[in-house]
Design a protein around this ligand. Structure first.
Ligand code: FE2
Ligand code: FE2
Length: 179
């Protein structure tokens, strides 16, 4: 059994919570209320940080191990590394768009919901693919030594929002999520 795969699934559950929170903020905005700008910025900070620097590289390493153990299974997963690079670009673009929108005196009616929903949809699609195709195949194919290697490589990496050593800059987000 692998704690790495549990951690990856836990990351997905955490990310799903943040995506739901982003959607809640859009619904508030569409109901005529003011979104919580600080919360939105913290969530985007998180996506620029932990998923980009830990979660995706960890998955990339799992895929590299999978390629060695089960090339056919790995082939069926597709080019996860390229998808992670695309997501990194899209996340930075989303962050820039959000920053621009939050600075406008009057936020354009459609631009904010569209930017958020595009980002949320993309993230969900990616995680669904991983949960249904990538992780089950990896779970079957990797050996305990493979999982130990991955765990070893990332052992110092703590999630700054959901981890044991949560960072102070995410205190309000943690409070909002009742963590
Ligand atoms: Fe991923
Ligand atoms: Fe993932």
């Amino acid at each position: 059994m692998s704690s790495v795969i549990d951690d990856l699934r836990q990351d997905h559950a955490n990310i799903a919570k943040l995506l739901d929170t982003l959607e809640d903020q859009v619904r508030l905005f569409e109901a005529g209320e003011v979104p919580d700008y600080d919360l939105l910025e913290r969530i985007v900070d998180y996506f620029l940080d932990y998923p980009a620097s830990v979660h995706h590289p960890k998955e990339d390493l799992v895929l590299a191990k999978l390629r060695a153990r089960d090339p056919v299974g790995a082939e069926a997963v597709g080019d996860l590394g390229a998808e992670h690079e695309e997501i990194a670009v899209e996340t930075r673009r989303f962050a820039a768009t959000l920053e621009e929108l939050l600075q406008e005196a009057e936020m354009p009616r459609d631009a904010f919901p569209r930017a958020v929903r595009d980002f949320v949809d993309r993230e969900r699609e990616h995680m669904n693919m991983e949960d249904s195709r990538f992780l089950p195949v990896a779970e079957q194919a990797l050996t305990q030594a493979d999982w130990d290697d991955v765990a070893q490589e990332f052992q110092e990496q703590e999630d700054p929002v959901f981890g044991r050593l949560a960072q102070e800059r995410f205190a309000t987000l943690r409070e909002y999520l009742s963590l």
